[in-house]
Design a protein around this ligand. Structure first.
Ligand SMILES: Cc1cc2nc3c(=O)[nH]c(=O)nc-3n(C[C@H](O)[C@H](O)[C@H](O)COP(=O)(O)OP(=O)(O)OC[C@H]3O[C@@H](n4cnc5c(N)ncnc54)[C@H](O)[C@@H]3O)c2cc1C
Length: 403
């Protein structure tokens, strides 16, 4: 059957990329993106430049409104309430029905809430949308007390972004240091230590309950301490938005299950980005990724698969994060069995490599080392065997080892 129309539910980076790639690959049929926020925008700046006021709402749009017009991509401002896979039909909240040849689910995730008494209080802040960032920005005032639960990527970025406003920050996490699975112990330690060096109070522990009154919030910790704050932000990960898929009987398991072409268990429906999880042909479920580049890559893959083109190859997973003026990047896996090699700069760990038991590079993370991470990715993707001594030597340019 020829493809004449595609409806994309969700206008985050993954949904946007599906549309952009379909057009780039020559698709001239009807293309519709449904999203409650209208014109798609980028999320990483919400905890960085947008929160700091360095970029406006227009400046974080993934493309300007005119581009969508020129590309004949229709943006429907609304929310999909139901999916009928057999008809490739999407029903909106207002009852409108959009029927097309294929549907792509690009619904991302919602912020995970604390499963404790008071964890569902309306006044507790989260950070997924532009509105969330605007609400958070209002509490960033000189002397205001902000407690952040979760010191992984987003929590740490917000802690850092709050400092120029003169806000007093308490950063809470059950683990010290967090992020070890993503960047290895040595870099995780260095990154976590940057917080108290800049005046942020670190608390290691588990919140047991939250109460709120006119004066603010009280967070009772497992240590018995009560932390008082004007506002609480919870950044403990996301819950993938699988409700539409599950209600339509598509396979889901902590994500809408897809094959390597982003096809769900129904031939009319694809899924991409944070909400999708790959199930390999032998049934193995891969870890669901929640990173920007993954959203873009899966969108590009879905576009190729929809058109029957060869699937693009993307290489090892990559992410970045920014805090306290340093830029962190990571690629591949830092968690598997094997050995760790650390490069130091100015007496501090700056690059961490993870070698698998056969001596091949499995993962790499670096502070202010984007080019090194890029070279590491090449080494991982091409399975180049490198000498561990050379990896450890900061005098050796990794690009040379990647040739
Ligand atoms: C604050 C923040 C900072 C980040 N920083 C980084 C970073 O530095 N580096 C990095 O690698 N990654 C970062 N990320 C992660 C990255 O932004 C996400 O992985 C990426 O946005 C995922 O894209 P997505 O399209 O899958 O989902 P999303 O961006 O979540 O988009 C999903 C869209 O679907 C819409 N939607 C959901 N349900 C429906 C429905 N029923 N009907 C219609 N629309 C619906 C939602 O409203 C949303 O607009 C950050 C994320 C956040 C929130």
């Amino acid at each position: 059957m020829s493809l004449n129309s595609v409806t994309i539910v969700g206008g985050g980076l993954s949904g946007f990329t599906v549309a952009k790639e379909l057009r780039a690959r020559g698709f001239t049929g009807t293309l519709t993106i449904i999203d409650p926020a209208g014109v798609p925008y980028d999320r990483p700046p919400l905890s960085k430049d947008y929160l700091l006021g360095h970029r406006t709402a227009e400046e974080i749009q993934l493309s300007v409104a005119q581009w969508f017009h020129d590309q004949q991509i229709q943006i429907v401002t609304g929310t999909a309430a139901a999916l009928r896979p057999d008809d490739a039909a999407v029903v909106l909240n207002d009852g409108t029905e959009i029927v097309s040849d294929k549907v792509v689910l690009a619904t991302g995730g919602t912020a995970r809430r604390l499963p404790i008494p008071g964890g569902d209080l309306e006044s507790i802040l989260e950070l997924r949308t532009r509105e969330d960032a605007d609400r958070l920005r209002e509490v960033l005032r000189p002397g205001a007390r902000l407690a952040i639960v979760g010191a992984g990527l987003i929590g740490a970025e917000v802690a850092s972004s709050a400092l120029p406003f003169g806000t007093e920050v308490v950063l809470i996490d059950p683990v010290d240091p967090p992020l070890v699975p993503a960047v290895g112990h040595e870099l995780a330690r260095r990154l976590h230590d940057m917080h108290p060096e800049r005046g942020i109070r670190l608390v290691t522990g588990v919140p047991l309950s939250i109460t709120a009154d006119g004066a603010g919030h009280n967070l009772v910790m497992d240590s018995g301490e009560t932390i008082s704050a004007d506002a609480i932000l919870v950044g403990i990960g996301i819950v993938p938005q699988t409700a539409l898929a599950e209600a339509a009987d598509l396979d889901a398991d902590n994500g809408v299950l897809v094959d390597e072409g982003q096809r769900t268990s129904h031939p009319n429906v694809y899924a991409v980005g944070d909400s999708a999880r790959i199930r390999l042909a032998d049934g193995t479920l891969l870890r669901r990724a929640e990173h920007w580049e993954h959203a873009m890559n899966t969108g590009a893959t879905a576009a190729a698969a929809l058109l029957g083109h060869e699937l693009p190859r993307h290489g090892a997973g990559w992410f970045w994060s920014d805090r306290h003026g340093v830029h962190l990047e990571g690629v591949g896996s830092m968690t598997g069995e094997g050995t760790t090699i650390v490069r130091e700069k100015d007496g501090q760990p700056s690059v961490v490599f993870r070698l698998d038991p056969d001596g091949y590079l499995a993962g790499c993370a670096a502070v202010d080392g984007g080019l090194t991470v890029r070279a590491a990715r090449r080494i991982i993707d091409r399975r180049i065997l490198v000498d561990p001594e050379q990896l450890a030597d900061p005098g050796i340019d990794l690009k040379k080892l990647a040739r």
